[in-house]
Design a binder for this molecule. Structure first.
Ligand code: CMP
Length: 140
């Protein structure tokens, strides 16, 4: 079914100037960008976005990294968008990500891992609302 998912191009990939390369992969996989914003997250915003991980040992490092520079946030729409985006991203740990995946090709470490993508229908809805709840989605 047609779905929407939230994608974030993280500070490492924005700094590497590969936003377009990553967008091309989305588009080649028949995912449409129906909303996009560039934002430099505040600490409070990053902590709120990743609140589900607040008790994990990597939480502080994750937040520090996510506020280290601007991120590019987009809503992707298409058939099985959630799973398709996760396939395009590859494994969370770039050491385990296959070549040809976004993380396999562009990520450096488990924190600087180039992209985030929603992991299920509920998180997709919540994450889209987090960034686009005030508007900004342009259905086509
Ligand atoms: P992301 O998909 O953005 O969701 C949470 C992030 O935490 C994850 O990608 C990684 O960048 C980061 N992270 C750091 N350490 C770990 C870990 N041990 N397990 C999962 N995620 C981790």
């Amino acid at each position: 079914a047609a779905e929407r998912t939230l994608s974030i191009i993280k500070p490492d990939a924005v700094a590497k100037n590969v936003i377009g390369e990553i967008y091309r992969r989305f588009e080649n996989a028949d995912l449409r960008i129906v909303g996009a914003r560039m934002v430099h997250l505040s600490r409070e915003e990053a902590e709120k976005f990743y609140a589900v991980h607040s008790e994990r040992p990597f939480f502080n490092a994750l937040v520090e990294f996510m506020i280290s520079g601007p991120v590019m946030v987009q809503v992707l729409e298409g058939e099985n968008a959630i799973a398709k985006n996760r396939d395009l991203m590859g494994a969370t740990n770039p050491k385990e990500a296959e070549a040809g995946t976004i993380r396999g090709d562009f990520a450096e470490s488990i924190d600087a891992n180039a992209v985030h993508g929603s992991d299920g229908e509920d998180t997709a809805a919540a994450e889209i609302d987090f960034f686009f709840g005030q508007g900004g989605i342009c259905p086509r």
